[in-house]
Design a binder for this molecule. Structure first.
Ligand code: FMN
Ligand code: SF4
Length: 443
C-alpha cells in the first residue's frame, strides 16, 4: 500500500487544531498573504491551472467557474456550500469541526480572486459543532485582521457570515441554497441564468463546496505542480473529461471494518479503498454493492470494484458519477430491494415538489417498493419502477434540478445489476420488517 501524506486532514486530531494560534504556528494564512500580493486574475489562473474540480458533487472546474463572472460586476457574492446532506457524506463536517481555518483561508483567497467583499457560509443545521468551530474561527479572524476592513493591510475588505439552514437536502442544490439564503423556501431556480451571472440577491454569485475551498488554500500554498502530481489525467476517450487532480476526502461507511474519512490521491479504486484502508468488508463477507459517491450515484457490483474513484470512473460502469466520493458498502447478505427502498424513501421525502415528475415519480417509486416489500408485488412492477426512473430528471429533461436524477439512478442500477433480488422477493411473497416498522411509526 503506497504511503500518502494527508494535507487536508493533516491537522485533524491534533490538540487545539481548530484554534487560530495552532493554525498559524503550522504555517496557516501564509497562502492568503501570498495570494493578496497577486492580482485577482492571477489567483484565478493558478486555480484554473491546477485542474481543481468542485468537490460538491458536479465536479465543475473551479477556476473556470470563477471566470464566468461578468467582468464589469460591481457586487459579487461567494456562497459557501456547507449543507452536506448527501447520504453517506461527512468530509465537510470533519474539516469544519477540526480545522476551520483552512476553510476560511480558502474563502478569503477565493474572494480575492473573484473580487468579492461578502461571503456567506450556508451550514447544515444539524452541524452544531461545525457551527461553533466556524463561529469562533470567524470571530478570531476579525480580531486578527484576517477578516473585516483592509485585511492584512492589503486594502481588501471581506465580511463572512454564517447562515444555518433548517435541515433539508434540497438546500444543498446551489440555487435552492441561494433561495434559502434570501429567506425563501429552497425551491431550485430554472437555469440559465446560472448563479455566476444572476445568483444571490440577483447579483453574480459563486457557489463552492467546503472541500473545494480547502483545496484552494493548499494550491496557493504548495503550488500547481504539487496539486497536479496527484490524480488522473483526462481520459482521451472522453473529450468531456477534464481530469481528476489533487487529494480527495473519501468517506467510507456501511459494512466495513474501519469506517471513516480517508484522504487519498484522486483515482484510487473502490477495492483498494475498502480493502487496504477501510479494513475490508466486515465479518469476513464479500461486498454485494458499493455506492461510489453518495447514494444518488447508484451502485458498483463486486466485479466493478476495480473502478477508479475519479470523476470519469464510476460513469463508465453505469453509475451517475463520482458525486461526493462517499463510499457505502453493502455486504452480500443484504437484499437490494430493502436497500433501494431506503434510498427511495429519502429522495421522496426530500423532493421539494416543484416538478411533477420528481414529486410524483419519487413518491410512486417508494409506493411500488413498499408494495413489493409488503408481499403484494407483481413481476411487472420491476419494469414499472424502471419506467418511472427513466422518465424523471434533468437527463431526460423533465425536471428543474438533479435531485430526481439522483433519486432515479439507484433504481436503474439496482434493477439492471441485481434484478434477481427483485424477482426472488416478489415470487416469495414475503414481508419486510422495514415496511411494518414504517407503518407502525407512520414515517
Ligand atoms: C439535490 C442536490 C443536492 C446537493 N447538495 C450539495 C451539498 O450538500 N453540498 C455541496 O457542496 N453541493 C451540493 N450539490 C451541488 C451544488 O449544486 C453545487 O454544484 C456545488 O455546491 C458547487 O460547488 P463546487 O463547484 O465547489 O463543487 C447538490 C446538488 C443537488 C442537485
Ligand atoms: S427536481 Fe425535484 S427537487 Fe429538484 S426542483 Fe424539481 S421537484 Fe424540486
Amino acid at each position: 500500500m503506497p504511503t500518502f501524506e494527508p494535507v487536508l486532514l493533516r491537522r485533524i486530531g491534533k490538540p487545539n487544531s481548530a484554534s487560530l494560534e495552532t493554525y498559524r504556528a503550522d504555517g496557516g494564512y501564509r497562502a492568503l498573504e501570498k495570494a493578496l500580493k497577486m492580482a485577482p486574475a492571477e489567483v484565478t489562473e493558478t486555480v484554473k491551472a491546477s485542474g481543481l474540480r468542485g468537490r460538491g458533487g458536479a465536479g465543475f472546474p473551479t477556476g473556470v467557474k470563477w471566470t464566468f463572472l461578468p467582468k464589469d460586476a460591481t457586487t459579487v457574492y461567494l456562497a459557501v456550500n456547507a449543507d452536506e446532506s448527501e447520504p453517506g457524506t461527512f468530509n465537510n463536517r470533519i474539516i469544519m469541526e477540526g480545522d476551520p481555518h483552512q476553510i476560511i483561508e480558502g474563502i478569503a483567497i477565493a474572494c480575492h480572486a473573484i473580487k468579492c467583499g461578502t461571503a456567506y457560509i450556508y451550514l447544515r443545521y444539524e452541524f452544531g459543532r461545525s457551527y461553533r468551530a466556524l463561529k469562533q474561527a470567524v470571530e478570531d479572524c476579525y480580531a486578527a485582521n484576517l477578516l473585516g476592513k483592509n485585511i492584512l493591510g492589503s486594502g481588501k475588505d471581506l465580511d463572512v457570515y454564517l447562515h444555518r439552514g433548517a435541515g433539508a437536502y434540497i438546500c444543498g442544490e446551489e440555487t435552492g441554497l441561494i433561495e434559502s439564503l434570501e429567506g425563501k423556501r429552497a425551491w431550485p431556480r430554472i437555469k440559465p441564468p446560472f448563479p455566476a451571472i444572476e445568483g444571490l440577491f440577483r447579483k453574480p454569485t459563486i457557489v463552492n463546496n467546503i472541500e473545494t475551498l480547502a483545496c484552494v488554500t493548499h494550491i496557493l500554498d504548495r503550488g500547481v505542480e504539487w496539486f497536479k502530481s496527484m490524480g488522473v489525467p483526462p481520459d482521451p476517450a472522453n473529450p468531456r473529461d477534464a481530469g481528476s487532480y489533487g487529494p480527495k476526502l473519501y468517506c467510507v461507511s456501511g459494512h466495513v471494518n474501519k469506517p471513516g474519512c480517508y484522504e487519498l490521491p484522486m483515482g484510487i479504486t473502490a477495492r483498494s479503498l475498502i480493502d487496504d484502508y477501510a479494513g475490508g468488508v466486515w465479518k469476513g463477507r464479500k461486498a454485494k454493492a458499493v455506492v461510489p459517491g453518495g447514494m444518488s450515484m447508484g451502485f458498483l457490483t463486486e466485479k466493478e470494484l476495480d473502478t477508479p474513484l475519479d470523476f470519469n470512473g464510476p460513469g463508465k460502469v453505469g453509475c451517475l458519477g463520482l458525486g461526493t466520493a462517499a463510499v457505502m458498502v453493502v455486504d452480500d447478505q443484504t437484499n437490494m430491494v430493502e436497500v433501494l427502498y431506503n434510498s427511495c424513501r429519502f429522495y421522496s421525502h426530500e423532493s421539494c415538489g416543484q416538478c411533477t415528475p420528481c414529486r410524483e415519480g419519487t413518491a410512486w417509486m417508494t409506493k411500488i417498493l413498499e408494495r413489493i416489500l409488503d408481499g403484494r408485488g407483481q413481476l411487472r412492477d420491476i419494469d414499472l419502477l424502471l419506467e418511472v426512473a427513466n422518465g424523471i430528471g434533468i437527463i431526460p429533461g423533465t425536471t428543474i434540478c438533479g435531485l430526481s436524477d439522483g433519486a432515479a439512478w439507484p433504481v436503474k442500477n439496482a434493477i439492471n445489476k441485481y434484478r434477481s433480488d427483485f424477482e426472488d422477493w416478489i415470487k416469495s411473497g414475503r414481508k419486510s420488517t422495514l415496511v411494518s416498522l414504517k407503518m407502525k411509526s407512520g414515517h
